[in-house]
Structure formats: structure tokens, C-alpha cells
Design a binder for this molecule. Structure first.
Ligand code: AMP
Length: 372
């Protein structure tokens, strides 16, 4: 294979044989590194964690804190392009990296995705609906916000929350000062509780030339704020599916994403689409694409970040992805004994409660998957 064939590789692209730098060492980085290896790329990981899931499958890892400027420089010196499996990286660090190597996606979308209030303002600037919300910075502001938003409501930290962490549910009559103290932050958002009919997500890939390829809309079920299952495709009308895809693509275009954008949405009984949150990277609700689509979200991510042409996102099978949380992964033997199951484990040693240890994609003939 001639890796330098400029006639078929788009100008400015990063060809196979190059090295992709991934910020973050979790399972998303691990699966991206595997997909990158399949296309002939090497990966280097930057993570504060020793023995991270991604470093097990990467050529090299730098273990340092996200604000270690000299480690970031060393990392950038040895890669051809930089991306993220984790968006909560300090702005100053991204600026250092961007001065040394192409960073995709860029800082603008990370800045929005890092903060729930910026995310909501961004959605509203595009006339995209969200839950009713108010920014709150102390217990008095919380009490005032509850008067306008009502209960039930969810109080969330504006930054660094994930998998239901950094959230407190507030019901009618609850002690708001106690709820505020429980969250332990000075920057929060109060969201009205959306009485949604279902939760869906859309993952679109956007290439360096603005081309977009979007996976089918999928339906998500959470337990205690953690994703439990994703069913592909979602059991929604074609009209809703088109609107959900248009919403995600509009957001990706506006932020000039080069990479992936995952958008989580609530669908109400009236057919309204409300944005919950977004992530400019591979997403847990896209893991089914590994076994259900022509191109997985991880391969698509690598293609986009490297400026290559995007693959087909076509769904060739229906699928249900189930997360294996904590001790769920102990059942691996039973899971692989069923031939429709595709098991993915992340190589994590400690199966702590609530920790994502792996997932299983159960495949069905296209059009015959379960309707939930
Ligand atoms: P988040 O971390 O914001 O994605 O929240 C995790 C999960 O909690 C969501 O997927 C929903 O199931 C639920 N949730 C979060 N915010 C709301 C809301 N405003 N109304 C109803 N359910 C919510």
C-alpha cells in the first residue's frame, strides 16, 4: 500500500502510519485506539491515570496531570493530530496543544460541552428546546429558582458531572439548603424535571470538509443516572427521527465540529424534542455501532479527526447494547456462550459498584429487534 498517495488521500489529511494523540485514558480512548490500529494508525495516550484502559492498547502513554505544560508539550511533539475521549480538559492545556499540533475537534465545542449552562445557552441560540433551567450559585438563589421552575427538579453541578454524579433531585417540600449543601459546589444549574416519554440520542460525524454522516437515532434507558441499555433503532416515527437528526446536525455544524457529536435528547408525549446534553466525542450510546453498523463510531471518529473520508453509518443489524456495570462483568462466560452476543470488556481490574467494566451488543436481524 502506498501511504503517500496524495491522489486519493484528501489534502491536509493525516494518513495511516501516523500517530493520533488521545487525551484521556478510559474505555472510549481504548476503543478509539483499537479502531485506529485497524486503520494502520498508532496512538499515544495522555492521562493522569496509571494502567489506564486505553494505555493497554496504545503504543505509548504519558501519565501526567492535564495541566502539566511540559508533559503536554512532550506529548504533542510525538503525535500528528490530537483529540479527546474526555472533554473536561483545562482551556489553557488545549491552547498549549493547539499551538503545537492540529487539535480536533477544536476548543470552541469543548468549552460549550464542559459547562451545562453554556450548553443550554448554545441550544437556545439555535432555537433548540431544553428543560426549563436557572443558574444558581448559592442556597438563596436555589430557593428562588425553585419558586419559578417548580418541583420535581434536578440540581446539577455545571461542570464535571457524569453518570448521574453531581446531581440532587429536589421534590416538593424538600429542604433546599440541605440539597445545596449536599451538592457541594458554588456553580450549579437547576433543571425542571422533564416528564419525557423516552430518551434518545443521535451521534453524527463531521469531516474536515464539513461532510456529515449520522447514525440512526437510538433509544436509551438509564438506571440511577447511568446508561443501562441502548436500543437501535429507537421506536419513534420517521418524522421524529428526521427532526432529531436535524437537531444534532445543526449543533455539529454550528460548532464546526471535526470529529463526532453525540446529543442526548428527551422526547415528550407531545413530540417535543428537548436537548439534555452533548459530548464532542464517542459516546456510550454509540457502542452498538461496533457490531451493528458498517462503520463504528470509533472508526468514524478516527476518520474524521484524521481528515479522511467518512465511512457508511448504515445499520446492518438491530442491536441492544447493555452496559456491564460493576460485578455484571463477572457473567462474561454466560454472555459469550450466546452466539448473538458480542462482548466488549475494558480490562479494568477493580469491579467497583457503578464502574463501567464493559458492554455487550446483542444483535438481531435488521427490522426484528425488540421494540421498547
Ligand atoms: P445527565 O447526567 O444530565 O445526562 O443525566 C443523567 C440522566 O438523568 C438522564 O439521562 C435522564 O435519565 C435523567 N435526567 C437528567 N436531567 C433530567 C431532567 N431535567 N428531567 C428528567 N430527567 C433527567
Amino acid at each position: 500500500m502506498n501511504m503517500n498517495n496524495k491522489a486519493i488521500i484528501p489534502p491536509g489529511s493525516i494518513p495511516p502510519g501516523s500517530t493520533i494523540g488521545i487525551i484521556g485514558g478510559g474505555q472510549l480512548g481504548r476503543m478509539t485506539a483499537v479502531a485506529a490500529a485497524e486503520l494502520g494508525f498508532k496512538t499515544h495516550i495522555f492521562t493522569p491515570e496509571q494502567n489506564s484502559p486505553a494505555s493497554e492498547v496504545a503504543a505509548k502513554t504519558i501519565v501526567a496531570s492535564y495541566d502539566d505544560a511540559s508533559a503536554l508539550k512532550k506529548f504533542a511533539d510525538n503525535v500528528d493530530v490530537i483529540t479527546f475521549e474526555f472533554e473536561n480538559v483545562p482551556a489553557a492545556s488545549v491552547k498549549i496543544l493547539a499551538g503545537l499540533k492540529p487539535v480536533r475537534p477544536g476548543w470552541q465545542c469543548l468549552e460549550i460541552a464542559q459547562d451545562r449552562i453554556r450548553e443550554k445557552n448554545f441550544a437556545e441560540s439555535l432555537s433548540i428546546k431544553t428543560a426549563p433551567w436557572a443558574g444558581v450559585n448559592n442556597a438563596d438563589e436555589l430557593a428562588a429558582a425553585i419558586k419559578t421552575i417548580g418541583t420535581p427538579a434536578i440540581l446539577k453541578t455545571t461542570q464535571l458531572g457524569y453518570d448521574g454524579k453531581g446531581q440532587v433531585r429536589i421534590n416538593s417540600g424538600d429542604d433546599t439548603a440541605k440539597a445545596w449543601a449536599e451538592l457541594g459546589t458554588d456553580a450549579a444549574i437547576l433543571e425542571g424535571f422533564v416528564d419525557f416519554q423516552l430518551e434518545v440520542s443521535v451521534i453524527c460525524a463531521r469531516g474536515a470538509d464539513g461532510t456529515m454522516k449520522t447514525f440512526d437515532v437510538v433509544q436509551n434507558h438509564h438506571i440511577n443516572g447511568i446508561l443501562d441499555t441502548t436500543t437501535a433503532p429507537a421506536n419513534i416515527s420517521d418524522e421524529l427521527s428526521v427532526r432529531a437528526i436535524e437537531t444534532a446536525e445543526k449543533m455539529a455544524t454550528k460548532m464546526d465540529i471535526v470529529g463526532l457529536l453525540a446529543v442526548e435528547m428527551f422526547i415528550t408525549a407531545d413530540g417535543d424534542i428537548l436537548i439534555n446534553e452533548m459530548a464532542p466525542r464517542p459516546h456510550n450510546s454509540g457502542h452498538w455501532t461496533q457490531d451493528g453498523c458498517t462503520t463504528s463510531q470509533f472508526e468514524q471518529f478516527v476518520r474524521a479527526v484524521c481528515g479522511l473520508s467518512l465511512g457508511s453509518p448504515e445499520r446492518h443489524s438491530d442491536a441492544v447494547m447493555k452496559n456491564l456495570i460493576g460485578s455484571d462483568a463477572d457473567d462474561w462466560e454466560k454472555i459469550i456462550s450466546e452466539p448473538e452476543n458480542k462482548l466488549h470488556l475494558y480490562g479494568k481490574r477493580d469491579a467497583r459498584p457503578g464502574r463501567k467494566m464493559g458492554h455487550v451488543n446483542r444483535l438481531y436481524k435488521k427490522g426484528s429487534g425488540p421494540q421498547v
